[in-house]
Design a protein around this ligand. Sequence first.
Ligand code: KG4
Ligand code: ZN
Length: 332
Amino acid sequence: MCILGIESSCDETAAAVVDKEMRILSSVIASQVDVHRQYGGVVPELASRMHSEAITPVVEKAVHQAGIAVTDLQGVAATRGPGLVGALLVGFNFAKAFAWARELPLAGVNHLEAHIHSLFLTDCAPDFPFIALVVSGGHTNIYHVSAENRFELMGQTRDDAAGEAFDKVAKMLGLGYPGGPAIEEMANTQNINDIRFPRSLLEKGSFDFSFSGLKSAVARHILENPVKDDADKARVASAFQAAVIDVLCEKLIGAAKFRNCRQIGISGGVSANQTFVAALTGRTAKKNIRVFAPPLSLCGDNAAMVAARGAVMIRDGQTCGLDHDVFSRVLT
Ligand code: KG4
Ligand code: ZN
């Protein structure tokens, strides 16, 4: 079974083909980051327009690179939400038309579940059950995943997502957009740890997150101690990153203990942060907990993860019709 995946929830237009063994036959990503960088963040209207321009060539390229004919496809999967509505509509409506014209089943994929499925696209995937973290520019969610189709939300951010905090702190430090890679790179240039920002762990036993206090603490620190050079920026970047990583590790290990799980899988843009991966791996090793992370190419938004999630949905008959719409946020 070959599934075509389509992703357009934010600022990447992506298409991929994945086969039934979860092998990636192709994965094409047209990033809009260079355009949005000029504005310091994603401009939704521009994102939709650029998705419209890119979607046809990106899908054609994905099918071509997979070395298959369109008639070899057995299903179409596209991100239905959460994300920017105008952006989602481009990919999802394209997928609807594509599936209808070829009489193929269509899966409307939850972007967060797709991120979790990026963990199944490698030779070394976690077994069920495991604790999953989806940590990106829009979300910081912890799930207990007991089967391919069973995601129980254990906690989420009450304000900013971790990636959003990285982006905002990078802006404060004049490091540009997207902030995550810039902060990590800056933080790696030094090893003086003379600043300590607060870690918000919320109530005991809660697996929720809050990063807005940390963001304000960084803003206050910069106001009181203006950054004069790259060394100052690096000290702030490193202290901020350490605080985020500490909280993520603490909550993940707590969730694993609470559910008696020996495996943690992280996914989403922030899981590309190698300092985080190393810290989590180090802290869990003594506790006999294994950490799984996607390869760098699958940490950020991509369509292979959408195809992987869609393959399971189509297999289980969880398909949708032409009357289904996109959604901007998950209703709880
Ligand atoms: O998953 P993703 O590509 O898109 C969303 O679904 O949001 O995640 C993007 C987020 C951005 O906030 C970006 O700054 C962050 O992931 N990010 C990182 C790193 N690379 C990307 N954050 C920390 N360290 C990184 N190396
Ligand atoms: Zn994402």
